[in-house]
Ligand binder design. Structure first.
Ligand code: PAF
Length: 279
């Protein structure tokens, strides 16, 4: 496994037949490893990027506190057969500081998670665009858990004609259904029990959709699960259009992403499920 720190070293890597990239901010956990295993199935050369992107943090303190664990990350990546890791410095990625030219996620970046974290998705699509240009992969793999990020990245490659295929990996869950997240470690035992209402709500909504319920009833079913759990402080429980993250309601029929965000104790959690309404 080759470790590259500069764009020049990355560009000098021999090119595989089908190069697959997995972008991360490091502090790798099982969720990332599932993306890398999928990447291995999709191509013959896997590059993992490790870069804590300052542009996607709304709070400077969150950026500074974000764990940087490159040595431990490399130890996890080597046995998975990753070909190269690109771990640039901030100066390598943003030599002039905040870039004069950047990418906007448009309205996708201003709703739901974007409303809770202003500027976050603009920062994400800017760094994803840069990393796609730098790594030039055939395929890039993202986790479906960050549904709005996937929608923003698909819009980026469509609207800016970036020649890459976007693949997704289903949300990894614990046995009881809780979506895996690096934030789960902040939950007390009681909070973790309350947090199960998030996966419970998206599963209940998907089951209602499968049994032919209208979108109004699908959403009411999920919201009832959340309302029954006092430990959950709900931000939103909505049906998102998978094309543009706009909110769907009423008698809409078609593919939807049922998405939830809530605070449990001090921890903000998200979950989602893709389903079809109006079978
Ligand atoms: O999902 C993440 O870890 C980040 O948003 C990404 C895609 C690596 C961009 O910094």
């Amino acid at each position: 496994m080759i470790l590259t720190r500069t764009a020049a070293d990355l560009a000098a890597l021999p090119r595989g037949e089908r190069r697959v990239v997995v972008m991360t901010m490091g502090a790798l956990h099982e969720g990332h490893l599932s993306l890398i295993r999928r990447a291995k199935d999709l191509g013959d050369q896997v590059i993992v990027t490790v870069f804590v992107n300052p542009l996607q943090f709304d709070e400077l303190t969150d950026y500074e506190r974000y764990p940087r664990t490159l040595e431990a990350d490399l130890a996890l990546l080597e046995p998975l057969g990753v070909d190269a890791v690109f771990a640039p410095s901030e100066a390598e990625m943003y030599p002039a500081g905040v870039p004069a030219v950047s990418v906007s996620a448009g309205v996708i970046g201003r709703v739901l998670e974007g409303a809770a974290r202003p500027g976050h998705f603009d920062g994400v699509v800017t760094v994803v665009a840069k990393l796609l240009h730098l790594t030039a992969p055939h395929v890039a793999v993202f986790g479906a858990k960050d549904a709005q990020q996937v929608i923003a990245v698909r819009a980026l490659v469509r609207d800016l004609n970036i020649p890459v295929e976007i693949a997704t990996v289903a949300t990894q869950r614990d046995d009881d259904g809780l979506a895996r997240s690096s934030r789960n470690v902040f939950l007390s035992a009681a909070e973790r029990a309350s947090a199960l209402a998030l996966s419970g709500a998206v599963f209940a909504a998907a089951a209602a959709a499968e049994s032919g319920a209208s979108l109004t009833d699908v959403l009411a079913t999920g919201r009832a699960v959340l309302a029954a759990e006092p430990g959950v402080n709900l931000d939103y429980f909505v049906a998102m259009n998978p094309a543009d993250a706009s909110e769907l309601a009423g008698d809409y029929r078609g593919d939807v992403v049922i998405a939830v965000a809530a605070r449990v104790g001090d921890t903000r959690l998200i979950d989602n499920i893709t389903t079809r309404v109006g079978r």
